[in-house]
Design a protein around this ligand. Structure first.
Ligand code: HEC
Ligand code: HEC
Ligand code: HEC
Length: 432
C-alpha cells in the first residue's frame, strides 16, 4: 500500500520535528467507558440510515479481515515499516467499541483520536469523515452499535520507531486535518451540494483519487481528483485530465456507480470494486448528486463521442504483422472474453479494453494488476470474474501483450514495462 508508505514516510519527518517541539500540547484525555449500549435511544429509521452511511464510508471494507466477521477488524495494511491492523468496530464490550460513548466515537471520526486518547494513523480516513453532519454521525453510531458484537482481539499495530510515536500524528493533523462539515456553496444547486457532501465526506473519494504531497497529505487546488494511488493500483483522474478514450458523461458515472460497469468505459476493479459495491446501495437521488458534483470537475459540454465508432477505429485493422507475439498472446489469453462483439458473451460483462482508462493511462499499474490478479472480487457477482494470469504469463509476456494492445489502440508504449510488471508481481504477492 504505497499510500500508507507515503503517509508513514511523511510521518517520520514530523515525528522528528515534534520531538524537538515538545508534545505537551498534543495530550488528549481518556473518555470514560459506558457500561451498556444506549440501544433505547436508537430508532429503526436511524439504524437503517446508518447502514447506508456505513456502506458509503466503506467501513466494512477496511474493518473486515479476509474470511473474518464483518467489522471485527484485523485487516492487515502492510507497509515497509510494519503492518497497520484495522480495529474491531463491532459493539463488543471488551474487544470492540461497545464501551465507547457517542462522544468517544465522534472524537475518533472527527479528530482521529481513540477513546483512551491515543492518536490514530491517518490510514483511517478521518480527514474526510470529520466533515460529516452530527445527524449522520449519530445515525452511523446507532447502526454500528446495533450490529452483532463480535469478540475478536485485532492484532496490535506495532510499527518501528519513529512511526510508533503516535503523538507525532498530532502535528500531521495540525497541518492537514480541517474539521468542520462540508460547507454548502450558495452558487450551486442543492443537488451539487449534496454530491459534494457525500464525495468529500463519507465517500472519501479523494483519499485514493488525489495525489499526495511529501507529507502524504492530499494535495489541494488543481490537484483535487487529479489521480492518486491505492494498493498497487492507480486511482485515475476524475477531472478533465482523465486518460479515458471517451469523456465521462453524467450518465456514464451513474451507470458505473450503480452497477460497477459503464459500457462506454470499463468495470470498477481492484480497490474500486468494493467502493462501487457500497455506492450501488445508495439512493438514485444520491448517486445522481454525486455524478452532478463530479461533472463539475470536467467539461460538461464535451461531446460524448461514439463508443461503437471508436472501438471500430481502434480495433478493425491490425496495425502490426498478424503473427506478432503480442497478437498471439492476446488471441490465446484475452480475446475469448474481451472480443469486440460483446453480444457474443453470455457470462457477465466483457469490458471493451479499447475503451478502458486502464489501457490508455500514463500509468500501466491497473492493466498489469488486472492481468496478474484477474478480477476475483467484482463489484457485483453478475459482472463476472476474470482469471489471474500471474502463473500463466511471464513479466516479458505481459509487457509485450500490453504494449502491443497500446500500439493497436494508438497510444505510446509504456517504458520499462517488464521491470514494472516484475515489481508489481512482487509487491502484490507480498500482500497475499
Ligand atoms: C481505508 C480504510 C478504512 C476505512 C474505509 C475505515 N476505517 Fe476505521 N480505521 C482504519 C484503520 C487502519 C484504523 C486503525 C488506525 C490505528 O490503529 O491507528 C481505524 C480505526 C477506526 C476507529 C477507532 C477504533 C479503535 O478501537 O481505536 C473507529 C471508531 C473507526 N475506524 C470507525 C470507522 C467507521 C465508522 C468507518 C466507516 C464510516 C471506517 N472506520 C472506515 C481504517 C479504515
Ligand atoms: C480505495 C481507493 C478508492 C476510493 C476510496 C475510491 N476510488 Fe474510485 N477508483 C479507484 C481505483 C483503483 C480505480 C481504478 C479501477 C479500475 O481500473 O478498474 C478507480 C476508478 C474510478 C472511476 C473510473 C475512472 C476511469 O476513468 O476509469 C470512477 C468514476 C471512480 N473511481 C469514482 C469514485 C468515486 C465517486 C469515489 C467515492 C465515492 C471513489 N471512486 C472512491 C480507487 C478508489
Ligand atoms: C474468462 C474471461 C476473461 C479472460 C480470459 C480475460 N478477461 Fe479481462 N476481464 C474479464 C471480466 C469478466 C472482467 C470484468 C471483471 C469485473 O469487474 O467483474 C475483466 C476485466 C479486465 C480488465 C479491467 C478493466 C479496467 O478497466 O480496469 C482488464 C485490464 C482486463 N480484463 C484485461 C485482460 C487481458 C489483458 C486479458 C488477457 C491476458 C484478459 N483480460 C483476459 C474477463 C476475462
Amino acid at each position: 500500500m504505497r499510500t500508507f508508505k507515503k503517509i508513514l514516510t511523511g510521518g517520520a519527518a514530523l515525528v522528528a520535528v515534534l520531538a524537538v517541539a515538545g508534545l505537551a500540547l498534543t495530550h488528549q484525555g481518556e473518555i470514560a467507558t459506558q457500561a451498556s449500549i444506549p440501544s433505547a435511544d436508537f430508532t429503526p429509521q436511524q439504524i437503517a440510515k446508518g447502514k447506508l452511511l456505513a456502506a458509503m464510508g466503506d467501513c466494512a471494507v477496511c474493518h473486515t479481515a479476509a474470511n473474518g466477521k464483518t467489522n471485527a477488524g484485523g485487516l492487515a495494511m502492510p507497509s515497509p515499516f510494519g503492518t497497520i491492523y484495522t480495529s474491531n468496530i463491532t459493539p463488543d464490550m471488551q474487544t470492540g467499541i461497545g464501551s465507547w460513548t457517542y462522544e468517544a466515537f465522534e472524537r475518533a471520526m472527527r479528530h482521529g483520536v481513540d477513546r483512551e486518547g491515543q492518536y490514530l494513523y491517518p490510514a483511517f480516513p478521518y480527514t474526510a469523515f470529520s466533515r460529516v453532519t452530527d445527524e449522520d454521525m449519530k445515525d452511523l453510531y446507532a447502526f454500528l452499535m446495533s450490529e452483532p458484537a463480535v469478540s475478536n482481539e485485532a492484532p496490535k499495530t506495532a510499527l518501528n520507531f519513529p512511526y510508533n510515536v503516535r503523538r507525532g500524528i498530532a502535528a500531521w493533523n495540525w497541518l492537514n486535518l480541517k474539521p468542520g462539515v462540508v460547507a454548502d456553496d450558495a452558487q450551486q444547486a442543492p443537488e451539487w451540494n449534496r454530491g459534494a457532501y457525500l464525495v468529500e465526506g463519507l465517500g472519501h473519494c479523494s483519499a485514493c483519487h488525489t495525489p499526495r504531497n511529501g507529507m502524504a497529505a492530499e494535495k489541494t487546488g488543481e490537484f483535487h481528483f487529479a489521480g492518486g494511488s491505492a494498493e498497487g493500483w492507480d486511482a485515475p483522474a476524475l477531472t478533465s485530465k482523465s486518460a479515458s478514450p471517451l469523456p465521462w458523461t453524467k450518465g456514464d458515472l451513474v451507470d458505473y456507480m450503480k452497477t460497477g460497469f459503464s459500457e462506454r468505459h470499463s468495470v470498477a476493479a481492484g480497490p474500486m470494486a468494493p467502493v462501487a459495491h457500497g455506492l450501488s446501495q445508495q439512493s438514485d437521488a444520491d448517486i445522481d448528486a454525486i455524478a452532478t458534483y463530479l461533472m463539475s470537475y470536467r467539461d460538461a459540454n464535451a461531446a460524448p463521442g461514439d463508443a461503437k465508432a471508436l472501438i471500430e477505429e481502434k480495433t478493425a485493422k491490425p496495425k502490426l504483422a498478424l503473427d506478432t507475439e503480442g497478437y498471439r498472446l492476446y488471441q490465446g489469453a484475452c480475446m475469448a472474453c474481451h472480443r469486440a462483439d460483446p453480444s457474443a458473451s453470455t457470462f457477465g460483462v466483457r469490458p471493451q479494453l479499447a475503451l478502458s482508462t486502464s489501457l490508455h493511462s500514463a500509468s500501466p499499474d491497473n492493466a498489469i494488476m488486472a492481468v496478474l490478479e484477474g478480477v476475483q472480487n467484482p463489484a457485483h457477482a453478475d459482472l463476472g470474474t476474470m482469471p489471474a494470469f500471474r502463473h500463466a504469463l511471464s513479466d516479458a509476456q505481459i509487457a509485450t501483450l500490453l504494449n502491443t494492445m497500446r500500439m493497436q489502440y494508438g497510444v505510446d508504449a509504456w517504458k520499462d514495462l517488464p521491470a514494472k510488471v516484475g515489481q508489481l508481481r512482487k509487491q502484490s504477492q507480498a500482500q497475499h
